[in-house]
Design a binder for this molecule. Structure first.
Ligand code: NAD
Length: 278
């Protein structure tokens, strides 16, 4: 966990919304890390989550660092909930400088013809729909704000295929929507950028990636390690803040090099580093 002495007030005076700001289970997911880092850097942060208890762990962490945050509960994939939550948050924040769309779920693994249509609809409506809902509801306030930035959390699965009917396509759509936003609102001073996390160990992932799966996730990356939620938070902080004022429409992979490694190199790393067979 970052320590207070490394903070420099990079977001002093900023008002932020972070969606999916809670964490499933113990530990730190990306929404929690982003909200906490922004608050530690001086931002007032609205924590959006479906689940009040999950968001509360983020609020407690922020409060322990003397940061300023407040929870807004509801389903951001539902247009009416997103509108209500944004209205309430804007009243508390008194304006908006940056919006981070972090919500994402995985479901519907398997070949397309056997995946339940409801699973595909759910992944698309959550992973893409939450970004659309939030940009629609927050845009008037962002246009009137000072920071004027949007950061969307996609995935390397939106860049490279891994055989999933809905997750990859939904994350590719988030990348394209980010570029569209950059073009649509560039003349209004709004910047929109995307972070594409690679193999990040968060509580959500910990639930289904174990043992050998974790070793392979690490070995496949040129730098040979998994990332954590704070790696994503640092990228989001840079892209949200004014240090990236000349950067818009991009997708920044934060992946230890997974998106640049060639298939043979990845294969050799995974095999060479395999534990000896008994
Ligand atoms: N963890 C990884 O390895 C990894 C890799 C690539 C991309 N990502 C992306 O990073 C983002 C965060 O992943 P994470 O594992 O850190 O999760 P997380 O720990 O940030 O948790 C997500 C939170 O979102 C909330 N949420 C889910 N659906 C919601 C909805 N409809 N409305 C409101 N809140 C909702 C959940 O209650 C949960 O608290 C996702 O977009 C994910 O796709 C993660």
């Amino acid at each position: 966990m970052p320590q207070p002495h490394i903070f420099h007030g990079r977001m002093t005076g900023w008002r932020a919304i972070v969606t999916g700001a809670g964490t499933l289970g113990d530990g730190v997911g990306t929404g929690k890390a982003i909200a906490t880092l922004f608050a530690a850097e001086g931002a007032k942060v609205a924590l959006f989550d479906l689940d009040e208890a999950r968001a509360r762990t983020t609020l407690e962490l922020i409060n322990s660092m003397k940061g300023d945050a407040c929870i807004f509960t509801g389903n951001v994939a539902d247009a009416q909930d997103a509108k209500r939550m944004t209205g309430e948050a804007l009243e508390w924040l008194g304006g908006l400088d940056t919006l981070v769309n972090n919500i994402g779920i995985g479901a519907g693994a398997g070949q397309l013809h056997v995946v339940a249509p409801d699973d595909i609809d759910r992944v698309l409506s959550v992973n893409l729909g939450t970004v659309i809902n939030m940009c629609r509801e927050a845009m008037p306030a962002l246009l009137a704000g000072n920071g004027k930035s949007i950061v969307n959390i996609s995935s390397v699965a939106g860049i490279l295929a891994h055989g999933n009917s809905a997750y990859g396509p939904s994350k590719a759509a988030v990348i394209q929507l980010t570029a569209e936003l950059a073009v649509m609102y560039g003349r209004d001073g709004i910047r929109a950028n995307c972070v594409a996390p690679g193999h990040i160990m968060t509580p959500m992932v910990e639930a289904y990636v174990k043992g050998e799966g974790r070793r392979v996730r690490s070995a496949i990356a040129p730098i040979g390690i998994e990332g954590d939620a704070w790696d994503i938070a640092q990228a989001a902080l840079f892209l949200a803040g004014s240090e990236s004022r000349f950067i818009t429409g991009i997708t920044l992979p934060v992946d230890g090099g997974v998106t640049v490694v060639g298939p043979m190199a990845a294969y050799e790393r995974v095999v060479q580093e395999a534990p000896a067979q008994a």
